[in-house]
Structure formats: structure tokens, C-alpha cells
Ligand binder design. Structure first.
Ligand SMILES: *Cc1c(COP(=O)(O)O)cnc(C)c1O
Length: 448
């Protein structure tokens, strides 16, 4: 197997001793953010200079390691576009929002986003090792003044303690791996003291921006808190270096299952062939592609957006063409706070009462004969059905199938349909109710 190559160092860093270059503290304290500093490494375009000199722009900061991955002669370099702003960032667009995922509305306490029934997103810092120009949380990220206080952390813990349906806590930010190791350890220790929290996850781009931060010591510390999962964020094959591969190897050896979340970005990775190379390289370093996100409707990110169809095209080019393990789910995170919605090509072409018609990735069209005698699953004798956890008000479509609800109504539905009618022609009031919905309800005649 061809191993990823050790990344080049930009020429200005040629004389930095290895022990400094490989020290994450040195990398953090030598981050670049001004025209003067960045121009020593790459010649900047007028548009980039204008953006860097604009006050109030989303924070810029790049580690020497990551900026060295840029080809200085290519103004369209895919790494460059992710971290060096251009004046396109200043341009508003239709649909743009500050908090497009309505995270603040879903926060029972500051920094804790509780949108799904059994899991929460816990924001533990606003700081990152470098700043992605399309950041979905640019309304708070990068601003040290917005960072979370100890009091807020205690409030987050209090909420988690009194909310037993939460079994999965996803630490994010900002980037949890830029926290001082003692603070991160304390957060993990306190979460592990809550018995109903079964798994903890970390979302981090530190392994990509600052792979030297993933020391053996850090991995040993994280391994004390299993089951612990970690998602990294790689968008382009050029980010997969020997340093990143080694960092992932240390985490995988510490027993941490690794995933990748990437964002579909115009001019960076909006190509089936780039994506195929990306996901194959990720699986080689034991990172499983998890999600590919449609770019959010966030301020400053308009020029990175692609049509949703581009994501469908990419999944079409991956599913069947490469290992199933290498195929992420393409996700649109619904504006307004609807959460993650998977979108994919259609594989079902038609259906009858005993057959479905499917097509595969090659366009081969086939039939699958349905069983003629299916004995329905019996919820009355199934232990799992008997002890299911209620998803208070959030059972959604599966709740319709599971007979918890008969319908989902748009707001205002009852008012629109209330024509002040009186019931007539029904002799028996009970016939207003359906006789039974779903497999869970037995037919009244059966009881007799
Ligand atoms: C993405 C996200 C999660 C985790 O979603 P999974 O699909 O379980 O990975 C949880 N909470 C919020 C608010 C999120 O945005």
C-alpha cells in the first residue's frame, strides 16, 4: 500500500528545528492571520488581501503545518480556499442566516443543543486550531469573548443529569481538542459520572490542522473514557499526510473508532473523482467516511455552495463503485432546525403487491419477489417492543408506523378544518375512531 507522504514545509520554516515543528504548542503560537505573515508563504490575490484587511470578518488563523500544504502557485488550491478568506465572503446571498440550524433556539442552557431525542451537542469552547471559512457556527466560533464559562459548564451538566433520555453526548465547539488537557479530562470525567450517558463523541479538526497535538499521552487520556468515538473533518485528499495518518493510527490503537465528516464545497471537492480518492484514502488510514454535508446557509459561505444535486451525483459515483465502508451519507442539515436529512439517488423504481423493482449502480434493473406468507412481527410477545423508550413528542414518522400517533398535522390545521360542523349519520360515536392502526393494535373481533 502506498503510504501517505510526509508533508512539505513551506520554505520559510526550513530552519525550524524538528522538535519545535512537531510541538503543538509551537504550532499554535506561530499561527498566521495577517497579510504580512501569510504573504511570506503564499503570494496573496487582491481579493484575499481585501478580505484579510476587512475588520469584523470571521476570524482567520492558520497553523504553519496546515498552510504548508498549500501549493503557493495555485490560487485555486483546495486547502487554501478552506482557510484563506476572499472578498466573496463579504457578499450576502438569498437564504443566508446567522444561525441557520436554529441551534440557539434548541439550547436549554447555553452551549447545549438538544434537538434529537437521545443525544445532545455540547459546545465546550469557541476556539479552533485554524478556522474553516464556511464554518456553520461562525456566529460564535473564534470569538474568545463568547467562550463558555465554568458556570455554563455546570449548567450543562445539571441539564444532562436531569435528562435521562440523553444517552449520547457529542462534544464540539469550537474544537474540544484545543482545550488544555486537564480541562478536557475534567469534562470527560464529569460526563462519565452520569450513569445514563452511554457514549461520548468528539468532533475535531485538530488531527487535520495540528496532527502533532494527537500525542500518545492525549490518546492514553482519551482511552480512559471508553466507549469514546471521534469524527475528524477532511475535505480533500491533499489533507491526508503522513502526519495525519500517524495521528489516526495512534487514536485507532487507543481503541477510538474514527469517522470523517466533510462538507461539499464548490471549487474544492465538488467532483466525484476527488471524492472517490478522498474516501478511499480515508479508509486506508482507518477512518470511516460518515457524513458528507451540504454547505449550510450561513453568512460568508455563499460562494462555497453547490446545488444539492451535486451531492446526489457524488453518492451515485461512490455507491457500488467502491467499498460500502467508504460511502458516506449525504446530508442536508435542514435550515430552521429540522436536523440532518439524508438525500440519495433513488434505487427503487416501482412496486406491486408482490414484487419490487430495483436498479443497481450499473443501471441493471431487477425484481425482488416479496414473501407471499409473511407472519407479522408480534409486538405483544416481543420484549423490545414492550420496553421501548418513549421518544417524547419526537417519534415522528416511525411513531406513525408504531401506532403512537395517527397523523402529523401542519400548524393551523385544526383551525382551518374546523367548519363548525356537527356529527351526523354516525349512530355510534365510537365509529369516529379507526378500528385499528398498525400491527400493534389487535382488531376488536380478535379479542372475542
Ligand atoms: C449532528 C448533530 C447531532 C449528532 O447527529 P448524528 O446523526 O447522531 O451524528 C446531535 N445533535 C445536534 C444538534 C447535531 O447537529
Amino acid at each position: 500500500m502506498p503510504t501517505p507522504i510526509v508533508s512539505r514545509r513551506a520554505p520559510v520554516y526550513a530552519d525550524v528545528p524538528d522538535e519545535k515543528w512537531n510541538d503543538w504548542r509551537w504550532q499554535l503560537s506561530h499561527r498566521l492571520n495577517s497579510v504580512e505573515e501569510i504573504e511570506k508563504i503564499i503570494p496573496l490575490t487582491e481579493s484575499e488581501k481585501k478580505a484579510l484587511n476587512t475588520s469584523g470578518l470571521f476570524r482567520v488563523d492558520v497553523t504553519p503545518y496546515f498552510i504548508s500544504l498549500i501549493d503557493p502557485d495555485d490560487p485555486n488550491d483546495p486547502v487554501r480556499k478552506q482557510i484563506i478568506p476572499t472578498d466573496a465572503e463579504i457578499t450576502p446571498f438569498t437564504g443566508m442566516m446567522e444561525d441557520s440550524l436554529a441551534e440557539d433556539r434548541h439550547s436549554p442552557v447555553p452551549g447545549l443543543v438538544h434537538r434529537y431525542p437521545d443525544r445532545v451537542l455540547m459546545l465546550v469552547t469557541t476556539q479552533c486550531a485554524s478556522y474553516c471559512r464556511y464554518c456553520t457556527r461562525s456566529r460564535i466560533v473564534g470569538d474568545p469573548g463568547q467562550t463558555f464559562s465554568r458556570r455554563e459548564f455546570e449548567m450543562q451538566l445539571e441539564y444532562l443529569k436531569r435528562t435521562p433520555q440523553v444517552r449520547d453526548v457529542l462534544l464540539s465547539g469550537g474544537d474540544p481538542l484545543v482545550l488544555a488537557p486537564k480541562i478536557l479530562e475534567e469534562i470527560l470525567t464529569r460526563l462519565r459520572e452520569i450513569p445514563h450517558i452511554e457514549i461520548v463523541r468528539i468532533g475535531s479538526r485538530v488531527p487535520v490542522f495540528l496532527p502533532m497535538r494527537v500525542t500518545q499521552e492525549l490518546c492514553d487520556m482519551l482511552a480512559k473514557f471508553h466507549p469514546l468515538w471521534l469524527n475528524i473533518h477532511v475535505n480533500h485528499p491533499n489533507e491526508i499526510t503522513k502526519e495525519l495518518a500517524d495521528a489516526c493510527d495512534r487514536m485507532a490503537r487507543a481503541g477510538i473508532p474514527l469517522g470523517n465528516q466533510s462538507v461539499l464545497l464548490a471549487g474544492i471537492n465538488d467532483c466525484v473523482h476527488i471524492q472517490r480518492e478522498l474516501v478511499q484514502k480515508l479508509t486506508r488510514i482507518r477512518v470511516r467516511p460518515y457524513y458528507l454535508y451540504q454547505c449550510d446557509l450561513v453568512e460568508g459561505a455563499g460562494h462555497f455552495r453547490t446545488p444539492v444535486a451535486k451531492g446526489i451525483e457524488i453518492i451515485e459515483g461512490l455507491r457500488g463503485h467502491t467499498s460500502g465502508y467508504a460511502v458516506p451519507q449525504f446530508i442536508v442539515d435542514a435550515p430552521g432546525g429540522g436536523g440532518k436529512i439524508p438525500v440519495m439517488p433513488n434505487y427503487q423504481i416501482s412496486a406491486s403487491d408482490h414484487k419490487i423493482i430495483l436498479r443497481n449502480y450499473e443501471g441493471y434493473i431487477t425484481t425482488y419477489e416479496e414473501p407471499m406468507e409473511y407472519k407479522a412481527h408480534d409486538p405483544k410477545t416481543c420484549k423490545f417492543c414492550q420496553s421501548k423508550r418513549p421518544e417524547v413528542g419526537q417519534a415522528g414518522i416511525t411513531g406513525l408506523l408504531d401506532s403512537e400517533e395517527m397523523f402529523i398535522k401542519p400548524t393551523g390545521f385544526d383551525e382551518v378544518h374546523d367548519r363548525h360542523g356537527i356529527q351526523h349519520r354516525l349512530k355510534d360515536e365510537k365509529k369516529w375512531q379507526p378500528l385499528g392502526i398498525g400491527a400493534g393494535d389487535s382488531h376488536p373481533n380478535e379479542e372475542a
